[in-house]
Write a protein that binds this ligand. Structure first.
Ligand SMILES: NC(=O)C1=CN([C@@H]2O[C@H](COP(=O)(O)OP(=O)(O)OC[C@H]3O[C@@H](n4cnc5c(N)ncnc54)[C@H](O)[C@@H]3O)[C@@H](O)[C@H]2O)C=CC1
Ligand SMILES: CC(C)CC(=O)C(=O)O
Ligand SMILES: [Mg+2]
Length: 352
């Protein structure tokens, strides 16, 4: 039987809670495929016990998997040993860089029955293509005279022609399969060097896609349109930092951060891609059963689609839609939502 070799990094906070439910959905959805799951106990607890965040040997072991399912990372915010995002940078960003996850794909699709904070949400169905390996997240910076009134702190945004072009090309190819609209989001009026590169790259790639409509928004104005008129968007392409920020906003207007899925892709297939909810480890609700696992479950659907299991992915999406349709006012726990969705997936297979 065909195998799907999954690495699971449940991580911290609500990460293990939502990942458990995503795994149930995967197991229920596949057909004729043996899912081989290997757990990697990485995150804040592993670091505090071992002093290691992500050993080279672990990166090598992760390479042998078809895909990685990740919950969320980031431990107790009050623990000074975890300050400075040491786990987020040393684990999550390190994996994105090591596995060349240059496309951070973040779809938003508002289900008709899900409440959006918007008054007239219209048809919200767009995808953010966020660059995942460059920008200000690469750790290119430094500070002098730290802690003094004369401190100077720099955080350089790295944007390469190679890195920008490949993600812009991905966005246009995606738009060709969707509603043929690409919006570049940046801040070219002040970030002139990086902005100029992004703008010129989009113009050059746009010339090869005459049927794709292209527009541009400064990041600040983009936040207005995401709230005011999100139906104007189809594919948004942007850098690592702006993409991080607007995808939390997109999650909120798209039905809640607990429903926002993402994939960190190496489209070349040379490295395993990694799938995770957009949200973080949510320490404020960890252990309470209040976490919505839908984002993790929809991330599992992206994972299955990416690994050639399109039918299984569709089963998950249909089960999530049905679950959302049936949602009433009663509060359900994380595992109740996950069990209900897994049950719907199984039932859809039996009735197929
Ligand atoms: N991909 C990752 O692993 C990410 C990790 N982080 C880390 O997570 C920790 C917490 O970060 P925050 O800024 O608080 O962002 P967060 O996304 O963890 O939480 C923001 C708010 O959304 C709520 N929330 C998040 N996921 C939810 C879910 N599934 N269901 C219901 N409510 C949910 C939380 O309760 C909180 O009120 C930090 O250590 C941060 O660095 C943050 C973002 C992404
Ligand atoms: C460590 C952060 C870059 C994680 C995050 O907020 C994200 O990828 O959305
Ligand atoms: Mg984020």
């Amino acid at each position: 039987m065909e195998q799907l070799r999954l690495a699971v990094i449940a991580g911290d906070g609500i990460g293990p809670e939502v990942t458990t439910e995503a795994r149930k959905a995967i197991r229920a959805a596949v057909d004729g495929v043996e899912v081989v799951e290997t757990e990697y106990a990485l995150g804040a607890a592993h670091y505090l016990e071992s002093g290691e965040i992500l050993e080279d040997a672990t990166i090598d072991a992760l390479r042998s998997h078809d895909a990685i399912l990740l919950g969320a990372v980031g431990g107790d915010p009050s623990d000074p040993r975890l300050a400075g995002g040491i786990i987020e940078r040393g684990l999550l960003l390190k994996l994105r860089f090591a596995f060349d996850h240059h496309v951070n794909l973040r779809p938003t699709k508002l289900h008709p029955k899900v409440q959006s904070p918007l008054r007239e949400p219209g048809d919200i169905d767009f995808v953010v293509v966020r660059e995942g390996t460059e920008g200000p997240y690469v750790g290119n910076g430094g500070a002098i005279r730290v802690g003094t009134p004369h401190e100077v702190a720099n955080e350089t945004s790295v944007n390469t022609a190679f890195g920008v072009e490949r993600v812009v090309r991905f966005a246009f190819d995606l738009a060709e399969q969707r509603s043929k609209r690409v919006t570049l989001v940046h801040k070219t009026n002040v970030l002139v060097h990086a902005g100029g590169l992004w703008r010129r790259t989009v113009d050059a790639v746009a010339a090869e896609h005459p049927d794709v409509a292209v527009d541009y928004l400064h990041i600040d104005a983009a936040t207005i349109f995401l709230v005011d008129r999100p139906s104007r968007f189809d594919v948004i392409v942007t850098d690592n930092l702006f993409g991080d920020i607007i995808t939390d906003l997109a999650g909120a207007v798209g039905g809640g951060i607990g429903m926002a899925a993402s994939g960190n892709l190496d489209p070349s297939g040379a490295h395993p891609s990694m799938f995770e909810p957009v949200h973080g480890s949510a320490p404020d609700i960890a252990g309470t059963g209040a976490a919505d696992p839908t984002a993790a479950i929809l991330s599992a659907a992206l994972l299955l689609e990416h690994t050639g299991q399109a039918e299984a992915a569709e089963r998950i999406r249909a089960a999530v839609d049905a679950d959302v349709d049936a949602r009433g006012d009663a509060r359900r726990t994380t595992s109740e939502v996950g069990d209900a969705i897994a049950e719907r997936i199984r039932a859809s297979k039996e009735h197929a």
